[in-house]
Ligand binder design. Structure first.
Ligand code: CAA
Length: 391
């Protein structure tokens, strides 16, 4: 069995519009420092009606796949909690939109924000059995709590796409992993609701408790401790959350460990601060932010990863940075994506938020000219979403 399996490519996509959190705070009559410091968010991606979980994921994958990937990918795993269909997997649409060869398995996985991590673990097993294969793992979501709710400040939209392979160029994933399931109602979304229900304080407590449990379990499974980690990346519903969890383990290390992990943590939150919560993709957006924005990391460094999906499943695992990791990143693409985004006013955001696809089965045709994304939703005809690849 080939144990050198991991992330060979990683890219993301976020919609072209965003709002400024200071302006949101002003509109809601809240001290802006609560949002920018207390929560730790600066901008929030706003998804137009012409994007959904499928198109966000397809747009993310489009940025990283080449012809060889399209021929070698034989498993597409789509993690999401913003599914568009109760039966058909979002992965099947993406498989078609990208032109992946047909001898492939395409499935959707659901467990709140944990879905993409489940996809990676499944991919590792698949590659161990079929070392020549490549697996496309997607994490794509639109986070919606509703206007004027406490969760509003922690919304966002976007997707991460990863190619998992043998001898990966970016991050080799360790074979040790610590995971935990416990049935708790901290955050959920019944099938009749397009916004999430959440017990905010309880969800923060569960997140930290799952982190401490899996961290302890991981240490007992390995001979690793806090000093062995150059950096740690967290699922980031908002950027303060990971720090709240990480500081709980600082007592186990020296002040040097605390300084190092805190310094890297800042870089791992830069992208998330301007995108918001993208649920399944958030941990991996944080990893992209760290790898692209941190100039002090080097090949051989060990990075810890904590995934949390409310409800709840948590997992702590690690990866080792590979020699050519910098060259394998899509940094310039991502810088361009951020630079081309447009700010919308709070009034415009509220209007965009209320524009949703009909849920009564009626047809609708959308204008996609205003959405610069390559792949868009063009409407609904006879209960089928119409996807367009402008290429
Ligand atoms: N200046 C600086 N800081 C301020 C401030 C000010 N003027 N006013 C308040 N703050 C601080 C508070 O002290 C607090 O900090 P600490 O948490 O460090 O104590 C922080 O801002 C938030 O303040 P509140 O706790 O009063 O905020 P809130 O009650 O409005 O709710 C929230 C915050 C619970 C995160 C809410 O936004 C929410 O429910 N969000 C959705 C749920 C969520 O993201 N949960 C995370 C864990 S679950 C998960 O990870 C899965 C997932 O993706 C959903």
């Amino acid at each position: 069995i080939n144990l050198n399996i991991g992330i060979d490519k990683i890219g993301f996509y976020t919609p072209h519009t965003f709002i400024d959190m200071v302006k949101l705070a002003e509109a809601r009559g809240v001290d802006p420092a609560k949002y920018t410091i207390g929560i730790g968010q600066e901008k929030m991606a706003v998804s137009p009606v012409t994007q959904d979980a499928v198109t966000l994921a397809a747009n993310a994958a489009l940025r990283i796949l080449d012809e060889e990937d399209l021929e070698k990918i034989d498993l597409v795993v789509f993690g999401t909690e913003s599914g568009i269909d109760s039966s058909k997997a979002a992965a099947v649409y993406v498989h078609d939109l990208l032109g992946i060869q047909s001898r492939a398995r395409s499935i959707e996985i659901k467990q709140a924000c944990y879905g993409a991590t489940a996809g990676i673990q499944l991919a590792k097993g698949h590659i161990a059995l079929h070392p020549e294969s490549r697996v496309l793992v997607l994490g794509s979501d639109i986070s919606r709590y509703g206007l004027n709710t406490p969760g509003e400040v922690t919304q966002g939209a976007g997707a991460v796409a990863m190619v998992i392979s043998a001898d990966p160029r970016i991050l080799s994933l360790g074979d040790q992993s610590a995971y935990l399931t416990n049935d708790v109602m901290d955050f959920w979304r019944p099938t009749y609701s397009d916004t999430a229900y959440v017990d905010g304080k309880f969800s923060n407590e569960q997140y930290i408790s799952f982190f401490l449990n899996t961290w302890k379990q991981f240490k007992s499974q390995t001979d690793l401790s806090i000093k062995d980690f150059e950096a740690m990346c967290f699922h980031l519903p908002y950027t303060k959350m990971g720090m709240k969890a990480m500081r709980e383990i600082f007592v186990e290390g020296t002040s040097e460990d605390e300084e190092r992990l805190t310094r890297h943590y800042k870089n791992s939150t830069l992208y998330n601060k301007t995108v918001g919560n993208i649920y399944t993709g958030s941990l991996y957006l944080s990893l992209i932010s760290l790898l692209e924005q941190d100039e002090t990391l080097k090949p051989g460094d060990r990075i810890g990863l904590f995934s949390y999906g409310s409800g709840a499943v948590g997992e702590f695992f690690t990866g080792i940075l590979q020699p050519e990791y910098k060259e394998a990143l899509a940094e310039a693409e991502h810088a361009k994506l951020f630079a081309e985004r447009e700010e919308v006013s709070i009034e415009e955001y509220e209007e965009i938020f209320s524009e949703v696809l009909p849920v009564d089965g009626s047809n609708l045709q959308l204008t996609i000219e205003n959405d610069p994304a390559m792949i868009c939703v063009a409407g609904i005809e006879e209960h089928k979403r119409i996807y367009v690849n402008k290429n």
